[in-house]
Each structure stands twice: as structure tokens, then as C-alpha cells.
Design a binder for this molecule. Structure first.
Ligand SMILES: Cc1c2[nH]c(c1CCC(=O)O)Cc1[nH]c(c(CCC(=O)O)c1C)Cc1[nH]c(c(CCC(=O)O)c1C)Cc1[nH]c(c(C)c1CCC(=O)O)C2
Length: 431
């Protein structure tokens, strides 16, 4: 029997191929255009037709701000909900053809408006790979039937995690998606940050105050650090594997960083975020795979630690909506003296200005399309200094899009980003 999803995917590829021929390259090509695998086992993918996000992530000025949206494949899309009627959440994650199909849903729907795809998966695949059971309950979200209660329970985790064995399905989905994207936009890989994953592993699911996980930090600080390090080690292997499979950008989600006090953030989150960035980059250099830009999203921690996060070794700092664009740019440039274009040479380890990503409040998408446009213009052009025109900027929301949003409102947001960022760039050109 013909698999309807694969048939759909194949027709998508055929269509893209035709477009490629008729329009050629329009936003810069970055890679070779053969397909298949070379003698050393590295993948070759179709050449890129839009590499705006890769350039912005490397601190460059771009003709307009690239844009993608956290959780862009998700429950707000009717086509995702339809597919979920017949497939369990983690089955979607574990079946490369399904994960590929879901990853492509927003790319297809918002054709030409999104500048990146993010692989469909979840941050909780790492706790699963470490030996914990995680279920996705229909109206409750993630649920761990047997969470870690005391440090003794850490013995239940696998001593060594072979990511190829446990998470090879994510690598396969990435490779398949890269092929299907056929160079239309870059593909983002991701993982959860150690603190956020530890919080889920102890709480057993979502939580209002994360009291159980935070209690560990006070009662068992050394055991907490050991657990965080074990998670960080898996994160590194997992991210490196994703790049080898075809991911072109990586984001580390520390969604619950804001639950920690500044001191606890510096002790129990930041060191692991840092070591993930440096180990991934070291490992990729060792294996001579081109280094991909990395994005750090430490939600809720930037009010006290933006400058530390800017120095943590990432190419891009993702901002939530509680941070003022102009203020963020100043703090980040000051943290990396020499990285501001006016001061000459690049300053981070990668030799470029640290880029920013974000940061509209996702709730704005519930407001009218007119209000959405006003907020986008403010974000890009505020009198106090918006993100627009500065380069080194990737437009996004300040957190994931929520299930109740009308997909047409997201379209209004994406169109407004294109329109205002082009306008602002043109005005700068006129100066
Ligand atoms: C905290 C977190 C999780 N998962 C993730 C985070 C970090 C980002 C954030 O802070 O929002 C990351 C994630 N989860 C998902 C993606 C896919 C890629 C994307 O489109 O961004 C990504 C990047 C799919 C998903 N992950 C989940 C869904 C919905 C599940 C469903 O279909 O029922 C999707 C599309 C489930 C999930 N997974 C998680 C929760 C709390 C939930 C339930 C709440 C919700 O539905 O948003 C854990």
C-alpha cells in the first residue's frame, strides 16, 4: 500500500525541485547540491536557496530579518491536530516520515514566509533516552509515571546512553527532513537544557512552582550537579548527532531557567549551558563537520543574567518578551566589547557579534491583526531602538506559539516582520 504521507512528501520535493529550476537561487547558496552520502558517511544535501537565518546567526547584516516561531509545528495548526487524531504524540516523534511531515506543515502553509524549519520532536526525548518513561496525556501534557524522588533514584537511569541507539529516530527524521526541504530553508535541531530537563524528571510533569526540583538544589546540591552533568553529556552527544544528521542550527531550550534565583541560575544552569556550547563546538571541530550556529534560550533569566548568557559561548541569545530590544542589544554588546560593528572586529569565540532572537509576547497573536502589526513595528522600530536594521537579528516570539492562536494571525505576524524589516533596512540605506 502507498504511504499517503510519503506520497505527499515526494510531491512536495518534486514541486520544490521545479521551483528551484524556474527561480534559481534567490537568497544565497551555501552548500553543494548533490544528494546521498559520501565515502566518509557524511550526508550531502541540496544547496540552500535561503540562508538568511544562518547569516543573521553569525552576526551579519541581512536584507531583512529572518523569522521562525518556536512551536511553529503544533496544536494551533488544524493539519497537525488532524494527524494527531490517528497518531500518538511520541509515535509522531519516533516515526521519521511523520516527524518530517509535521515539520513541513508550517513551511508549506506559510510558503515563503518562514526562514527556518525546526525538527518536530520534544525536549523530553532525552529523559526517555536516559531510561525514564514519559507519556503525553491529552489535556495535561507530559507525565512521568515514575519520576526521580530522591538521589537514590538516579540509579534507575542508564549508566551510559548511546544516542544512536536511543535517539537515532531523531537523526533519521532530520536527514529525511533536510532532503524533503530541498534547500528551501535551513533546519534547526534542538534539545532541552539540563536544568529544565532535571526539573521535569523530578516533578514528573509540568508544575506551577517546581518545588520538588528546587528542593533538590538545596537538599542535595552535589547530587543535583552530578545529575545535571549526566544530562549535559547526553545533550552534547545528541546535538552533535543532530548536526551530523543534517541540522544547520541548534537551539538549547532552558524554558524553566526563570524559576531559579540568580544565584541558583549561576550555579545550576549556566555552567551546563556553557559546557554544552563549548563541547558541541569542540566535538564538531574534531570531526571536521562545519560548526553550526547555536542559540541559547534561557527563558526568564535574562533580567538578571543577560550579560552572562551573552558570554556563554552561543552565537545567538534568544530573548523572552520581558526584555527591551534596545536594552538587550546594549547589554550584549557591552558584554562582548569589540563585537559592536562600530568597534571593529568580532568578539565572541566564533569571531562575530552575538546575535539576538525574539521576542514578541506570544499572547499578542490573540489580538487583532492590526494590533499584531503595531506590535511588530514597535519591536523592530521602537523610538528607543528596536531590533530592525541592526543585523545580527532573528525575529521570533518570546516563547512558543500557543494552541488557541488563529493560524491567520500568525500569517499576519510573519508578513509584518517581512514588511517592516525591509522598510527599515531601506530607510537605513537612504541615510
Ligand atoms: C518545555 C518544552 C516541552 N517541549 C519543548 C519545550 C521547550 C519549549 C517551550 O518552553 O515551549 C520543545 C518542543 N516541543 C515541540 C517542539 C517541536 C518543534 C517546534 O515546532 O518548535 C519543540 C521545540 C513539540 C510539541 N510538544 C508538545 C506538543 C503538543 C502535544 C500534543 O500534540 O498534544 C508539541 C507540538 C507537548 C509538550 N511538550 C512539552 C510540554 C510542556 C508539552 C505540553 C504543552 C503543549 O502542548 O505545548 C515539553
Amino acid at each position: 500500500m502507498v504511504n499517503p504521507i510519503l506520497t505527499h512528501l515526494n510531491s512536495f520535493t518534486a514541486r520544490k525541485g521545479a521551483e528551484n529550476e524556474s527561480h534559481g537561487s534567490h537568497e544565497g547558496a551555501a552548500e553543494s547540491s548533490s544528494t546521498g552520502t559520501n565515502a566518509s558517511g557524511a550526508h550531502h544535501f541540496p544547496g540552500m536557496r535561503n540562508d538568511l537565518i544562518l547569516r543573521a546567526a553569525r552576526g551579519q547584516q541581512t536584507e531583512r530579518a529572518p523569522v521562525w516561531v518556536m512551536r511553529q509545528a503544533g496544536r494551533y495548526l488544524p493539519e497537525f491536530r488532524k494527524l494527531r487524531e490517528s497518531h500518538d504524540f511520541f509515535t509522531c516523534c519516533r516515526t521519521p516520515s511523520l516527524a518530517t511531515e509535521i515539520t513541513l506543515q508550517p513551511i508549506r502553509r506559510y510558503s515563503g514566509l518562514l526562514d527556518a524549519a525546526i525538527i518536530f520532536s520534544d525536549i523530553l526525548v532525552i529523559p526517555q533516552a536516559m531510561g525514564l518513561t514519559v507519556e503525553m496525556l491529552p489535556s495535561k501534557g507530559p507525565h512521568f509515571p515514575a519520576p526521580l524522588e530522591t538521589p537514590k533514584d538516579v540509579a534507575r537511569l542508564h549508566k551510559r546512553v548511546d544516542v544512536h541507539k536511543e535517539l537515532g529516530y531523531v537523526f533519521d527524521a532530520i536527514t529525511m527532513t533536510r532532503r524533503e526541504l530541498a534547500g528551501e530553508v535551513p533546519l534547526i535541531g534542538f534539545c532541552g537544557a539540563p536544568w529544565t530537563l532535571m526539573a521535569y524528571m523530578i516533578e514528573g510533569g509540568g508544575s506551577k512552582g517546581f518545588e520538588k526540583a528546587k528542593r533538590w538544589l538545596y537538599d542535595y546540591p552535589e547530587e543535583s550537579k552530578e545529575l545535571l552533568q549526566r544530562i549535559a553529556d547526553v545533550c552534547v552527544d545528541f546535538l552533535v548527532g543532530q548536526v551530523k544528521a543534517g541540522a544547520q542550527l541548534l537551539q538549547v531550550f532552558d524554558s524553566w531557567a526563570g524559576e531559579l534565583s540568580p544565584a541558583h541560575f549561576r550555579t545550576f544552569s549556566l555552567p551546563y549551558l556553557r559546557s554544552i556550547a563549548s563541547s558541541v563546538k569542540d566535538r564538531l571541530a574534531c570531526s571536521s563537520t562545519q560548526c553550526v550556529p547555536m542559540i541559547c534560550f534561557a527563558k526568564g533569566a535574562l533580567g538578571h543574567s543577560l550579560s552572562d548568557v551573552a558570554k556563554a559561548g552561543y552565537d545567538v541569545v534568544a530573548l523572552d518578551w520581558t526584555v527591551e530590544p534596545a536594552q538587550a542589544r546594549k547589554v550584549v554588546d557591552a558584554a562582548m566589547p569589540g563585537s559592536a560593528p562600530s568597534k571593529g572586529a568580532g568578539a565572541n569565540e566564533a569571531g562575530h557579534r552575538v546575535a539576538l532572537q525574539g521576542n514578541m509576547d506570544p499572547s499578542v497573536l490573540y489580538a487583532s491583526k492590526e494590533a499584531i502589526e503595531v506590535e511588530v513595528e514597535k519591536m523592530l522600530r521602537s523610538r528607543k531602538g528596536g531590533f530592525g536594521g541592526e543585523g545580527a537579528y532573528i525575529a521570533n516570539l518570546g516563547h512558543g506559539i500557543t494552541p488557541g492562536v488563529d493560524p491567520e494571525h500568525l500569517r499576519a505576524y510573519l508578513k509584518a516582520i517581512h514588511r517592516y524589516s525591509r522598510e527599515i533596512n531601506a530607510e537605513r540605506g537612504d541615510d
